[in-house]
Design a binder for this molecule. Structure first.
Ligand SMILES: Nc1ncnc2c1ncn2[C@@H]1O[C@H](COP(=O)(O)OP(=O)(O)OP(=O)(O)O)[C@@H](O)[C@H]1O
Ligand SMILES: [Mg+2]
Length: 237
């Protein structure tokens, strides 16, 4: 058991909101680890990541931000724990090495490590099949074993696709925004695929293992520049 706070707000409950009530929807990585975010281009993945990173920045622990596109978070360039383009692989290796090290020397005092990766599929597509498999295996190990040693993954991609994720069953939380492809729906919401509707930007569904599916809305950020400054400090800027 960890003594660290591992909860994050991912949005507000759409059903409550339609009745005028702002009910935050939280996920607790301590009980249900890792988060997969899938949404077509322009549906709000990077925006949601900014919201999550700003929260992580205020908590203990280390955050590695792996940004394949390297555009939306460009102001973080130069931060120790900001990894863009092919350097996404460096962040993956740090997370994987931390996992292995902690498995050899487990301690309840290890602060959490969050590996946050935007456009994982884009990153993988740079590599030939054999290297992709190695990268996916490392990710799979993080997903399977991370929780026990305080290592967590937050991954965003455009489509949830079996070509990019092998340990998909280990994403305890899956969040889909906008108009999801049929394949994303099948992979992320296998038990609820018949009720998933196309949504607008920033709107979607959250599956948390062991809980009922929830409709959520990602809130508008009051001050993005401030959020980014907080993130910059956290990442060693
Ligand atoms: N919840 C939201 N509330 C208000 N504006 C939002 C919200 N989500 C996204 N936006 C705005 O919509 C635009 C697209 O969002 P974002 O860049 O996060 O999409 P994306 O899914 O990351 O797209 P891509 O796949 O192209 O990277 C941005 O200008 C962002 O500011
Ligand atoms: Mg994006």
């Amino acid at each position: 058991m960890t003594r660290f706070d591992l909860t994050l707000n991912v949005g507000v409950d759409q059903t409550a909101l339609s009745q005028g009530l702002k009910l935050p929807v939280k996920i607790d990585f301590g009980s249900v680890p890792h988060l997969l975010i899938a949404a077509p281009s322009g549906s709000g993945k990077t925006y949601l990541l900014t919201y999550l990173l700003a929260q992580l920045a205020k908590k203990p622990g280390r955050v590695l931000l792996a940004d394949f596109k390297g555009i939306d978070f460009i102001e973080l360039d130069g931060c120790t724990d900001y990894y863009r383009h092919t350097a996404v692989g460096n962040a993956l290796n740090i997370a994987f090495d931390t996992l292995q090290e902690r498995m050899h020397n487990p301690s309840p005092d290890s602060p959490p490590l969050f590996f946050v990766v935007d456009e994982w599929a884009g990153f993988l597509s740079l590599y030939p099949k054999k290297e992709q498999e190695e990268l996916k295996q490392k990710m799979s190990a993080l997903l399977m074993l991370g929780r026990g040693v305080g290592v967590f993954v937050i991954m965003a991609l455009q489509r949830a696709d079996a070509n990019y994720i092998t340990g998909r069953d280990n994403f305890g939380n899956a969040l889909g925004l906008g108009r999801l492809s049929a394949e994303s729906v099948r992979m992320m919401f296998p038990d609820d695929s018949d009720i998933i509707q196309p949504k607008s930007r920033g709107h979607g569904y959250l599956r948390t293992d062991g809980k009922a599916l929830r409709e959520i809305v990602v809130p508008q950020l009051r001050d993005i520049a401030r959020a980014k400054r907080t993130i910059l400090e956290k990442l060693g800027g």
